[in-house]
Design a protein around this ligand. Structure first.
Ligand code: AMP
Ligand code: MN
Ligand code: MN
Length: 327
């Protein structure tokens, strides 16, 4: 659906229901949290009863205000027992929402607002734009089309979403219009310094130590693919968990020689979660898709069965297929 087609459908959907469940993908990031908050805040101001389902840690985003009741794995079923509309943001398919995937069957009507490489249209109404920097950008445009005004809660949430998904306005997804959007949002008292420092320049002491181990283990494959990994034994030694290495792949990608960066972590169940980034020509979404994952051309992820060594070799050889012959 185009924005012009979707906007009136969204307005009618917002009018039709009293209760809403809003969710993004598991392990919520700045864009999915910012998108959920903005829609929840709008529905709340309309006198509705929206709730947000998050599956994962929110503690890295202390500047974001949660305007409505938050649901988790334990409280979700309480919200799905009545008539509700379902809103899925920053998420291409119900399975990526975690436990909230049950809403696909339980909701009377569903809408999806997303910018991932198109994996299909799963909701009743879909606004999907793979050319958008972020779901937050799409929501900004939707609210403009519907004349929904922004307040500081919404503006801070959307600013965070756009800043997060563009890596601080650096990624190749950036376009001139984004600066106009940021200017308009900034007028609503967005705490820009806090947002940017919180997103890109804040690590706990433990996260810093974990990063130093990741950097020590990093290797350059085929001269262009930087790879590092942490196994369960590393986490045990460091007294760390999977949450303590969330941004590591971006730090690996800073290595000048690297066209692609890969970070693999062993999960407690022995599976291996993979984060991938690229700079110019490798399509990491295509590589992630080969392992049942997804994402964007320059940032994607997937989860493989272990062991680590085999997962690492499989991912490296999949990415190496995209290197020019002379590598
Ligand atoms: P990450 O490396 O976790 O920061 O993810 C980079 C991008 O790929 C984000 O847009 C994610 O939503 C997407 N992504 C990560 N893992 C998966 C997966 N298993 N399936 C689909 N998309 C994914
Ligand atoms: Mn996301
Ligand atoms: Mn996003």
């Amino acid at each position: 659906m185009t924005l012009a087609e979707f906007a009136p459908q969204f307005a009618a959907f917002a009018e039709k229901y009293d209760q809403f469940i809003i969710c993004g993908h598991i392990r919520p990031d700045g864009d999915s949290i910012g998108s959920c908050i903005t829609i929840a805040e709008r529905l709340r101001l309309m006198g509705k009863h929206p709730r947000i389902y998050y599956e994962g840690d929110l503690s890295h985003y202390p500047w974001l205000t949660q305007p409505v009741e938050i649901l988790d794995e334990k409280t979700l079923s309480r919200a799905t027992c009545c008539r509700f509309g379902w809103i899925m943001v920053d998420c291409a398919e119900p399975a990526r929402t975690g436990e909230a995937a049950v809403c696909a069957d339980l909701a009377e009507t569903s809408v999806c607002i997303d910018h991932h490489t198109n994996m299909g249209e799963y909701a009743d109404y879909n606004l999907i734009d793979p050319g958008a920097t972020s779901a937050s950008e799409i929501i900004f445009r939707l609210f403009k089309a519907l004349d929904y005004p922004f307040n500081p809660t919404m503006a801070t949430a959307l600013f965070t979403g756009i800043a997060f998904d563009t890596g601080g306005f650096r990624h190749s997804s950036m376009k001139p219009e984004i600066f106009g959007i940021l200017q308009e949002l900034s007028k609503q008292d967005v705490p820009i310094t806090r947002v940017m420092n919180g997103l890109f320049h804040t690590k706990s002491m433990l996260e810093m130590k974990v990063l130093s181990v990741i950097m020590r283990k990093a290797r350059l494959y085929h001269g262009r693919i930087i790879v590092s990994w942490l196994e369960n034994s590393d986490f045990l030694k460091l007294g760390a968990t999977s949450d303590d290495c969330e941004g590591a792949v971006a730090d690996l990608a800073e290595v000048e020689e690297a066209e692609a960066a890969v970070f693999l972590r062993e999960l407690p169940n022995g599976q291996v979660r993979v984060n991938m980034r690229s700079k110019h020509f490798i399509n990491v979404a295509a590589a992630a898709k080969a392992f049942g994952g997804g994402g964007h051309v320059r940032a994607a992820g997937c989860t493989l069965s272990g062991p680590m060594l085999l997962a690492r070799e499989a991912v490296i050889s999949e990415l190496a297929k995209q290197l020019p012959e002379d590598f």
